[in-house]
Design a protein around this ligand. Structure first.
Ligand code: GLY
Length: 264
């Protein structure tokens, strides 16, 4: 699933560096994050998308990671229910924008179920739902039922044995043409057996979170071996700088909701 018409993004807040992070890569610079965010928007536009840019929201330092509060499809938008307490309010903050696009075609994950969008990986009409530190069994079960109602299939991949991985898409991304870019840690996952795989080197794990947008794979700048392998596999690649988002444990996919032509 990679044919998109528009995207929603949110400008990083001045409070960006106060978001949730294991702090492995130093303190993030909110001003540099805004510069990098603008380049990310340019990359999406270059891929042919209309980009809806939401105002920064200082109350929610992680709110530029708009992929987590909503799951968007061509048939329905599904509001998630965060596990992370400091992020719970992000769902209501994006609701109006989603209503403007999806009208009444909106569903919601209810507590005690928790789901965060970074754990959801769409491959055509199938969704892999990651069980993680943030998405629980009850949330996965609710999501599976909603997806089924709209004609999608789903299956579960647990990443609970990989505590250093935040979300499912932190370690694997579908880039079309039956191909995943992924980390070695998830290589043997049986659900992924039917797919071609580009395995990122151990020192380029961050590049396993990337996005296919129309004819292009957008990858984080500087992950040269992954970029080389992706090009060698026949994909058109665009690079964009992500250092400040990496410091906040956010990947390239987390920064946008990519919306296909609607079929409501
Ligand atoms: N900083 C992204 C998250 O932890 O949700």
């Amino acid at each position: 699933m990679y044919k998109f018409e528009r995207a929603i993004v949110r400008t990083p807040a001045d409070s960006f560096a106060e978001g949730i992070t294991p702090g492995l890569y130093g303190k993030a610079d909110p001003e540099l994050a805004k510069v990098q965010h603008n380049k990310y928007i340019q990359a999406l536009r270059q891929c042919g998308l209309e980009v809806i840019v939401l105002e920064p929201d200082n109350e929610f330092p992680d709110s530029c990671f708009v992929e987590d509060p909503v799951i968007v499809t061509d048939r329905v938008a599904i509001l998630t229910n965060f596990h992370a307490p400091t992020r719970k309010g992000e769902v209501d903050r994006i609701l109006l924008t989603i209503e403007n696009i999806y009208g009444s075609h909106i569903e919601r994950i209810e507590g005690p179920g928790t789901v965060e969008g970074g754990d959801i990986c769409q491959v055509e009409n199938h969704f892999f739902i990651g069980l993680s530190q943030r998405t629980n069994e009850e949330g996965a079960c609710q999501l599976g039922a909603i997806l089924k109602k709209y004609g999608f299939t789903s299956s579960i991949i647990s990443i609970r044995a990989l505590p250093e991985i935040l979300h499912l898409k932190t370690c694997m991304s579908y880039i079309g043409e039956n191909t995943f870019i992924l980390q070695k840690a998830i290589l043997k996952e049986s659900e992924l057996a039917p797919f071609n795989k580009i395995v990122v080197p151990d020192n380029e794990g961050y590049a396993s979170n990337c996005i296919r947008v129309n004819d292009t794979v957008i990858l984080p700048e500087g992950f040269d071996e992954t970029i080389k392998q992706t090009r060698a596999a026949g994909f058109n690649v665009l690079e964009t700088p992500m250092s400040e988002f990496m410091k906040q444990d956010g990947g390239l996919s987390c920064l946008s909701l990519r919306i296909p032509k609607l079929n409501l």
